[in-house]
Write a protein that binds this ligand. Structure first.
Ligand code: FAD
Length: 536
C-alpha cells in the first residue's frame, strides 16, 4: 500500500501539512484529521530517512479544464500553475516522491453527473488514481469555496466508501476559519474588529510560529520500479505545458511577459518575500498606493496558488519585525494587516457561503437597478473609458494579468458606481484575467467596491477618478506607461486630457472622450442606490 497526497492550491513542499503528514504517517497510528496543532517550528527533516514503517508517498495533481473554466480561471493563471507544477515535480523528486499529473477527462464524470455545477470528475479521478497506485490513505488540504468544499467532501466519501482512509488539513489560513469570533461567539463582519481579535489569538497561540516541518523523503525506489504502479506513474508523469497554449488559449507574448514578471517556484516566492521585507517594506506605508512604484510585494500569485502560505509570510514578517505583529516597523505592521484582509475574506466566505453563489454579502443590495450597458462594459474592459487612470489599470490587467491594488479599487468602483454595471460582471472579468485570481479576495474586493460587501461605509463612498489619479500617480509615470496615446502629456492634461486640452489637440490623441461625466455619474449612482435601499 501507499499514501497519496492530492495537491490543489498548495503547490509547495514547505509548510504543507498534508504532504508532511503523509511522509510521516505510520499505519496503525491514530487518525490525524485533527490538523497540525502538535507541530513545532520549522523542523528541517528533509535529510532524515523515513522510518521503515512509513508507506511510500505518491503525489497527485489533477488538471480539470472543465472545472477551471467553470470557475473563470485566467489562462495566465493556468499557465502559472502548470509552470509551478514543473517546479513542484522537481522538489518532490528530490524527496523521491513521484508526481502524477492526471488530466481529467469529461468521461471521468460520466457516471456521476447529478448536478452540472458540481465538478464530480475530480472525486472519480482521485479514486481511480488511488486504486491504481494502491493508496490506502489519501491526504489533502481542504479548500473553502462552496464548489470546492462539495468536491472535497464528495472525494472523501467516495474514497471512504472504497475502504480508504482520508486525512484532511487546513493550510489556507493562519487561524482556522470560524475560530475568530466575538465574545458572544458571533462572526465578525467588520475587518477592523476581526483584525484586533485575530491578532490576539495569533499572539496568544503563537500561530505565526507553527510552521509545518519539512516533509521526509521516500526511501529510494519505494514506488516499486518495474511494477504496474511504476508503469502508471510513468504514464502520468509529464506536466502538459503545451495545454496552456492549446486548450487554455494563452497568448504566447503575454505568457513570456508573465513568466518574466512572475517566475515559478517556491524558491522564487521566498526570494521575493525576503527582498520585499529587507528592502521595500520600510517604504510600504508611504509607497503602497503609488501605482508606478514597486511599493508592494507582488506576492499575490504565489499566495493564491499556494506556492507560499500566509503563515510563512506572517512568520517571516514578524521575524523581520523582531517578533512583533503590531508596532515596530510601521511598514511591516501595515503589510501584516494586509495579510489579515486575506484571512478575513476567507473567514467571511466560510461564515457566509451565499457570497459564493453570486449573492451580495449585504442582501439589501440585491435590487440595485444596474444599467449593464454592453458598450460601456466593453469600453471598460478594453481600457477605453476616457479616464486615463481607469484605462491604465485595465490595460495593465489585460497585458500582465496583474493590477495594482489601488487601481483594482478605482476600476472596480468606476464600473459599479460610474457605469452602474453589476459588480458580478466585473468580478468574472477580473477572474478571467488575473494571474493571482483568488475567489475570496476577488469577490471581497468587488463587493467592497460595490458597497454590497464588508465596507462599513455605505453606498456613498464613490471615488473621484481624477483625484485618485493625481494622488496615486502624481507624476503620471503609470499612465504614460500603460496608455501610450498620452505619453507626451504632463500635469493635469495627463490625468484629464479631455477637459484640459484644446479640442483639436485632444482629437489628435486618438484617445476616447470620457464615457460619462463624473458629477452626473455620481448623482445617478446615489439615486440608484438610494432607490434600491428604499431611501428615496
Ligand atoms: P501586498 O500589498 O504586498 O499585500 C500582501 C498580500 O496581502 C497580497 O499578496 C494579498 O494576498 C494580501 N492582500 C493585500 N491586499 C489585500 C486585499 N485588499 N484583500 C485581500 N488580500 C489582500 N487579491 C488576490 O490575491 N486575488 C484576487 O483575485 C484579487 N482581486 C481583487 C479584486 C478587487 C476589485 C480588489 C479591490 C482587490 C483584489 N485583490 C485580490 C486584493 C489586492 O488587490 C491584491 O491582493 C494585491 O494587489 C496583490 O498585490 P501584492 O501581492 O503586491 O500585495
Amino acid at each position: 500500500p501507499t499514501c497519496l497526497v492530492w495537491f490543489k492550491s498548495d503547490l509547495r513542499v514547505r509548510d504543507n501539512p498534508a504532504l508532511y503528514a503523509a511522509t510521516t504517517f505510520e499505519p496503525g497510528t491514530a487518525n490525524i484529521n485533527s490538523g497540525m496543532k502538535q507541530i513545532r517550528v520549522g523542523g528541517s527533516a528533509t535529510t532524515a530517512a523515513a522510518s521503515a514503517s512509513n508507506l511510500p508517498v505518491i503525489a497527485l495533481f489533477l488538471i480539470n479544464v472543465a472545472e477551471w473554466a467553470l470557475h473563470d480561471m485566467a489562462p495566465l493563471r493556468a499557465d502559472f500553475i502548470l509552470r509551478n507544477l514543473e517546479c513542484l515535480k522537481h522538489e518532490l523528486a528530490q524527496l523521491h516522491i513521484p508526481l502524477i499529473v492526471r488530466v481529467v477527462e469529461p468521461d471521468d464524470a460520466a457516471n456521476h453527473i447529478e448536478d452540472r455545477h458540481h465538478p464530480v470528475a475530480a472525486p472519480t479521478a482521485v479514486l481511480e488514481v488511488a486504486r491504481r497506485v494502491h493508496a490506502r490513505h489519501v491526504f489533502f488540504n481542504r479548500e473553502f469555496e462552496v464548489d470546492e468544499t462539495r468536491r472535497d467532501k464528495a472525494t472523501q466519501h467516495m474514497l471512504e466508501a472504497d475502504g480508504r482512509t482520508v486525512h484532511t488539513f487546513q493550510d489556507q489560513c493562519v487561524m482556522d476559519p470560524g475560530s475568530v469570533r466575538t465574545k458572544e461567539g458571533k462572526v465578525y463582519k467588520v475587518y477592523s474588529m476581526f483584525r484586533t481579535t485575530w491578532i490576539t489569538h495569533v499572539v496568544r497561540d503563537r500561530m505565526w510560529d507553527k510552521l509545518t516541518p519539512d516533509p521526509r523523503p521516500n526511501p529510494k525506489g519505494a514506488c516499486g520500479a518495474g511494477s504496474a504502479v511504476a508503469a502508471y506513474l510513468a504514464r502520468w508523469s509529464e506536466v502538459p505545458t503545451q495545454l496552456a497554449g492549446d486548450v487554455l488559449r494563452v497568448d504566447p507574448a503575454q505568457a513570456i511577459l508573465a513568466r518574466t514578471h512572475f517566475p515559478a517556484g517556491e524558491a522564487e516566492a521566498h526570494a521575493r518575500l525576503a527582498t520585499f521585507l529587507a528592502d521595500r517594506s520600510p517604504m510600504y506605508t508611504t509607497h503602497r498606493d503609488l501605482v508606478a512604484q514597486a511599493g508592494t510585494s507582488s506576492l499575490s500569485p504565489y499566495l493564491s496558488s499556494g506556492i507560499l502560505t500566509t503563515r510563512q509570510a506572517l512568520h517571516a514578517a514578524m521575524r523581520a519585525n523582531n517578533g512583533r505583529i503590531e508596532g515596530g516597523s510601521a511598514g511591516l505592521a501595515k503589510w501584516i494587516s494586509e495579510l489579515v484582509w486575506r484571512e478575513f475574506y476567507r473567514h467571511i466566505l466560510v461564515a457566509f457561503p451565499h457570497v459564493c453563489k453570486h449573492q451580495p454579502f449585504k442582501p439589501e443590495y440585491k435590487n440595485v437597478p444596474w444599467l449593464n450597458d454592453p458598450l460601456a462594459f466593453d469600453a471598460w474592459t478594453r481600457g477605453r473609458t476616457g479616464y486615463p487612470i481607469v484605462d491604465a489599470g485595465m490595460r495593465q490587467l489585460n497585458t500582465l494579468g496583474w493590477m495594482h491594488n489601488r487601481c483594482r479599487m478605482i476600476t472596480a468602483m468606476f464600473l459599479t458606481k460610474h457605469l452602474l454595471h453589476d459588480w458580478r460582471r466585473g468580478e468574472h472579468y477580473f477572474m478571467q484575467h488575473l494571474i493571482d485570481g483568488d475567489f475570496a479576495n476577488n469577490n471581497g474586493g468587488w463587493q467592497w467596491s460595490a458597497s454590497s460587501g464588508v465596507d462599513p461605509q455605505p453606498y456613498f463612498r464613490i471615488f473621484n477618478p481624477l483625484l485618485q489619479s493625481q494622488k496615486c500617480d502624481p507624476d503620471g509615470t503609470y499612465i504614460r506607461h500603460w496608455v501610450p496615446e498620452l505619453t507626451h502629456l504632463h500635469g493635469k492634461a495627463l490625468h484629464n486630457p479631455h477637459a484640459e486640452l484644446p479640442a483639436a489637440e485632444f482629437a489628435r490623441l486618438g484617445y476616447p472622450t470620457p464615457i460619462v461625466d463624473h458629477k452626473f455619474a455620481r448623482q445617478r449612482c446615489l439615486k440608484a442606490f438610494k432607490t434600491a435601499l428604499g431611501k428615496m
